[in-house]
Design a protein around this ligand. Structure first.
Ligand SMILES: [Zn+2]
Ligand SMILES: [Zn+2]
Length: 107
């Protein structure tokens, strides 16, 4: 076991390196080469969840308008023509494929 000159903890030789810049033996954690799991910032994790949040795709039968909303958002009327009860959920990969072939409507 070798002792890190910075944190004074003992580590196996595989986790201790000689730092040329500090001229000292430092552990990989003090060198910043490895991060302890505890040190993972919570903020980054939250941001990831934000991106992963599921988005549902909708289609208005009245005006053929396609749009997507977060799963948590309530959709009961079309944001384009404001009609109620004309919006249906688009799910299948086939439908998404068809949408890609549809002309783009002006926004
Ligand atoms: Zn250390
Ligand atoms: Zn509509």
């Amino acid at each position: 076991m070798l002792t890190c000159s910075k944190c004074k903890n003992e580590y196996p030789s595989s986790e201790i390196k000689f730092s040329m810049t500090n001229a000292k033996l430092l552990c990989v954690y003090c060198l910043g080469e490895k991060t302890r799991k505890i040190e993972i910032p919570f903020e980054a994790e939250e941001n990831q969840q934000e991106e992963v949040q599921e988005v549902l795709r909708y289609h208005c039968k009245a005006c053929q308008y396609n749009f997507s909303k977060r799963k948590s958002a309530e959709v009961n009327r079309c944001p384009y023509c404001s009609r109620e009860g004309t919006v249906e959920l688009r799910k299948s990969a086939n439908e998404l494929l068809i949408e890609a072939l549809e002309p783009l409507y002006a926004e």
